[in-house]
Design a protein around this ligand. Structure first.
Ligand code: PMP
Length: 453
């Protein structure tokens, strides 16, 4: 790794950070990242830090991978862009669609639709779910059920099914017919249920009760993340997804797995639902699809949906949805190169092994601190839950800046982690080694020793 940092540009104030108040001076104190290499990034001050956030849950193969950069360069030389509308295509979009269908064979996906990111992939899924029901003559099925802590991006559809109201209140009214039910969260749930199996049953029963309450013939789909990411890394019990699949099947409701974070290894298996042996009807992908080198999203559908839409004899079968950058050749080339690395280096397995190690080491180093309620995760998705009271599990006051102060000291000590309200979230590169596991653990330990809640 090069030790002299590329020159930082001046910190002009001419853009707004997403998910921050632009009037808050703290949000204008940018930390400029100027270079990346492997599991590390370099700040403008020249410090190399462990990338404990993997860019933003997405740099799965690590930074500065020659194979991905070569694929991008070669594609730019060959064809920088052409549309896939109007019956056109280009070689990379075929290759990537074939690759994704092949990779998702255990899940039974048959067709891919491309876009530019996770919010697009979710929007596509919601619209295709509605179109499916119209294509089969049940246009009254328009409602979506989702989970209270869920995160599905920022477009109007995705924000409407998002569980946390902070993503909705400034933009309401949202899409009609979006209903939120409880999350299968062992640490905090409305039943105070501490038994995973019982919790799985309670949550699946609630889904069934909600479908019945709404009227099964009005519900289009249930959408959830296999493991919730932004909501605080919530890992459902072993029986949850199979029970959810059963309930959906009983009432014909489509099951949408938002795999934007979990796709391509992050949760320790190639896809999140694979960890539960469940097949969704639609899977949404972005982030790890090409490790963030170029924006790309994909929405895959199974035979049930593809055959209904392809076989629809009316205009309703026409997919009047797609983006100028759907199937962008450079993004597809980056995906093909990145997915090759994911498979060749067996990164899902590395995520499982290093994730378990990181969780164990963090538990050993941090669980005795009074503010650490729980450390949970699956693969390389880990959350440290910050509490005001360990006994009652009452969360810390998210407005007092404790998580931010912890993250600042962790950064000073050589690692980037993500403060999100009452949690610290870790989602490092899937190429992580024990060296970085130890650096992350030590930096966080020093932060907890130094910063008082
Ligand atoms: N779905 C999930 C599960 C996500 O975590 C995210 C982003 N973190 C999105 C959708 C939206 O993706 P994007 O930010 O690329 O639009």
């Amino acid at each position: 790794m090069q030790s002299t940092a590329p020159k930082a540009t001046t910190k002009t104030q001419n853009f707004w950070n997403p998910m921050a108040h632009p009037g808050d001076p703290a949000s204008r104190n940018f930390i400029q990242i100027v270079k990346g290499d492997g599991n590390y990034v370099q700040t403008a001050a020249g410090d190399w830090l462990v990338d404990g956030v993997g860019g933003l849950w997405n740099v799965n193969v690590g930074h500065n991978r020659q194979e991905v950069k070569d694929a991008i360069r070669a594609q730019l030389d060959e064809l920088e862009y052409f549309q896939i509308f109007d019956g056109c295509s280009h070689p990379r979009v075929h290759e990537l669609a074939d690759r994704l269908v092949e990779m998702t064979q255990p899940e039974g996906m048959t067709k891919a639709m491309f876009s530019s990111g996770g919010s697009d992939a979710v929007e596509t899924a919601l619209k295709i779910a509605r179109q499916y029901w119209k294509a089969v003559g049940q246009s009254q099925r328009y409602k979506f059920i989702s989970l209270k802590q869920g995160y599905h991006g920022v477009h109007f559809g995705g924000a409407s099914v998002n569980g946390n109201t902070v993503f909705r209140t400034s933009y309401e009214p949202m899409l009609p017919g979006c209903i939120h039910i409880d999350t299968p969260w062992l640490y905090r749930n409305p039943w105070n249920c501490e038994d995973p199996e019982e919790l799985g049953h309670l949550c699946a029963k609630q889904l069934e009760a909600e479908i019945l309450f709404q009227g099964p013939d009005t519900v289009a789909a249930f959408i959830a993340e296999p493991v919730q990411g932004a909501g605080g890394v919530i890992v459902p019990p072993a029986n949850y997804w199979p029970l959810v699949r059963q309930v959906c099947d009983k009432y014909g409701v489509l099951l949408i797995a938002d795999e934007v974070v979990t796709g391509f290894g992050r949760s320790g298996s190639m896809f999140g639902v694979r960890g539960w042996g469940v097949k969704a009807d639609i899977q949404c992908f972005a982030k790890g699809i090409n490790s963030g080198y170029i924006p790309l999203g994909a929405t895959l559908v199974n035979e049930r949906i593809s055959s209904a839409i392809e076989g629809c004899q009316s205009f309703t079968g026409a997919v009047m949805h797609g983006y100028t950058y759907s199937g962008h050749p450079v993004a597809c080339a980056a995906a093909l190169a990145s997915l090759k690395i994911v498979e060749q280096e067996n990164l899902p397995q590395n995520a499982a092994v290093q994730g378990e190690l990181l969780k164990r080491k963090l538990e050993h180093a941090l669980l005795d601190f009074p503010a650490v309620g729980e450390i949970r995760g699956k693969g390389l998705m880990i959350a440290i839950d910050l509490v005001a009271n360990k006994e009652t599990r009452e969360p810390i006051d998210p407005t007092n800046g404790y998580a931010n102060r912890l993250a600042a000291v962790t950064m000073r000590e050589g690692a980037i982690v993500r403060p999100v309200g009452t949690k610290i979230i870790l989602s490092p590169t899937l190429t992580l080694t024990e060296t970085e596991v130890d650096k992350l653990t030590l930096a966080l330990k020093i932060a907890f020793q130094e910063v008082k809640a």
